[in-house]
Design a protein around this ligand. Structure first.
Ligand SMILES: [Zn+2]
Ligand SMILES: [Zn+2]
Length: 134
């Protein structure tokens, strides 16, 4: 019975992360998975995240010193962090014109880059605009 339950927990947690619009904190994973698993505890979430990471289904992302988790295989993308609500979104656009192999003065050969954008998510931007109009 235990195996069946942990398989279901793993499936729910994997789905929550796959369907999210961006990487999730452990707390967000817990809250969203509790919709389907009301008795889910934080220890199980940590254990499951570790397992899914080992299976390469998800991977950790460090943003502002916090570890979040996102589904693997999303290709090249960047993150947008909303400074109002604190949610992080995945953007499938690249604002950086920096081909792999670019050499900077001094002989620095670029192989990859990471960019995090900060601002207002669509929801927070809409609230802000509504407020401006009044
Ligand atoms: Zn927001
Ligand atoms: Zn990029």
């Amino acid at each position: 019975m235990t195996a069946t339950r942990s398989t279901r927990q793993r499936d729910v947690i994997a789905r929550v992360i796959t369907e999210a619009p961006g990487p999730l904190t452990v707390q967000e994973v817990l809250e969203q998975a509790r919709t389907d698993l009301p008795t889910l505890g934080i220890a199980t979430v940590y254990r499951t995240l570790k397992l899914l990471t080992e299976q390469h289904r998800i991977h950790p992302v460090t943003l502002d010193g916090e570890t979040l988790y996102e589904a693997s295989g999303r290709g090249h993308h960047h993150h947008f962090s909303c400074i109002t609500c604190g949610r992080v979104f995945t953007l499938n656009v690249c604002p950086v014109q920096l081909p792999r192999g670019t050499v900077y003065p001094g002989g620095f050969v670029v192989e990859a880059h990471e960019v995090t954008l900060y601002g207002q998510c669509p929801e927070c931007a809409a609230v802000r605009q509504a407020g401006t109009r009044n």
